[in-house]
Design a binder for this molecule. Structure first.
Ligand code: NAX
Length: 332
């Protein structure tokens, strides 16, 4: 039998946490033969609810679940973890300035970075979900210098999956027949969902999404807007933000990272930019990647037309600005 993998979920008493932990315990994140030990972190006001989640995990009798550490102590939560899914953060409340939200999250991510640096397994893989996801991941990287930068990522897979879903709905095909959409940039409404390299597999072979949809006005307009605004549409409908889709996409992100992407398929991940595609280096930017042997690599050599160029530049500029705001919070 395999040794168990320790998976940390922060913000585990929240709504994404509640959807995510049973998925991990069922093997959806790391595979049906991989035992896990769940580390659940939340803050003292949520301690009762965190304990309730622990009770339900026990009651569900998941065969793969070999232990549960539920705590409000960051050091205990981070001890020896192999995977860290950072869902906890400070949400933006009505009337709050962006800078105030940033400042709260900078201090949370600074503290949790130090704890991961000190207590986690040396090769811990980190996925930041909490918003502002790219910039929280950047802060985490800054304050955990001994964790390799390739091990710190943020979630844009939900946006990627939303883009696949919109194309599949439009074509009336199964979502599994669509692949290789790209989310570029920030997990915010400045993100650029790009279908220029996406394909759909049908009974008569593989077609580009552009030719299958045959409606550039929709692809360059409504489609982009719907994907960018999908989070807000879910809030409007559910009166709560996306949870099951965020949890499922977080599992997809880690599964593909650890177990690899299928041959010929790429996925979107927020990773530390090396300046590929003339993006600003030194920020966490979402790129198309393939994964193998536990490593991601940015897909190189894709053509970028003028329309795409402007969109990549705009989302990159927003991330540079977010970085500046975040750094000004550090020095205060
Ligand atoms: P909830 O408010 O339901 O849960 C957040 C949990 O985090 C709470 O239980 C809270 O007590 C806890 N928490 C707060 N500060 C903490 C700290 N310092 N350490 C540990 N835990 C802490 O929010 P939920 O709907 O679960 O969303 C969580 C985060 O995901 C939010 O920041 C949200 O904006 C972000 N999202 C990111 C997405 C993405 O694709 N990257 C999509 C979904 C989601 O909107």
């Amino acid at each position: 039998a395999k040794d168990p993998v320790r998976v940390l979920v922060t913000g585990a008493a929240g709504q994404i946490g509640y959807a995510l932990v049973p998925m991990i315990a069922r093997g959806i994140m790391l595979g049906p033969d991989q035992p896990v030990i769940l580390h659940l972190l939340d803050i003292p006001p949520a301690v009762e609810s965190l304990n309730g989640v622990k009770m339900e995990l026990i009651d569900a009798a998941f065969p793969l679940l070999q232990g549960i550490v539920a705590t409000t102590d960051v050091a205990e939560a981070c001890k020896d973890v192999n995977i860290a899914v950072m869902v906890g953060g400070f949400p933006r409340k009505e009337g709050m300035e962006r800078k105030d939200v940033m400042s709260k999250n900078v201090s949370i991510y600074k503290g949790q970075a130090s704890a991961l640096e000190q207590y986690a397994a040396k090769d811990v893989k980190v996925l930041v979900v909490a918003n502002p996801a790219n910039t929280n991941a950047l802060i985490l990287k800054e304050f955990a210098p001994s964790i390799p930068e390739k091990n710190i990522t943020c979630l844009t897979r939900l946006d990627h999956n939303r883009a696949l879903g919109q194309v599949a709905e439009r074509l009336g095909v199964a979502v599994s027949s669509v692949k290789n959409v790209i989310i570029w940039g920030n997990h915010s409404s400045s993100q650029y969902p790009d279908v220029n390299h996406a394909v759909v597999e049908g009974p008569d072979g593989v077609k580009s999404v552009r030719s299958a949809v045959a409606d550039d006005a929709w692809l360059n307009g409504e489609f982009i807007k719907v994907v960018q605004q999908r989070g807000a549409a879910i809030i409007k409908a559910r009166k709560l933000s996306s949870a099951l889709s965020a949890a499922s996409s977080a599992c997809d992100h880690i599964r593909d990272w650890v177990l690899g992407t299928p041959e010929g398929t790429f996925v979107s991940m927020g990773v530390y930019s090396d300046g590929s595609y003339h993006t600003p280096p030194g920020i966490i930017f979402s790129f198309p990647v393939t994964c193998k042997n536990g490593n991601w690599n940015i897909v190189q050599g894709l053509s970028i037309d003028q329309f795409s160029r402007e969109k990549l530049d705009a989302t990159g500029a927003e991330l540079v600005e977010e970085k500046e705001v975040a750094y000004s919070c550090i020095s205060e």
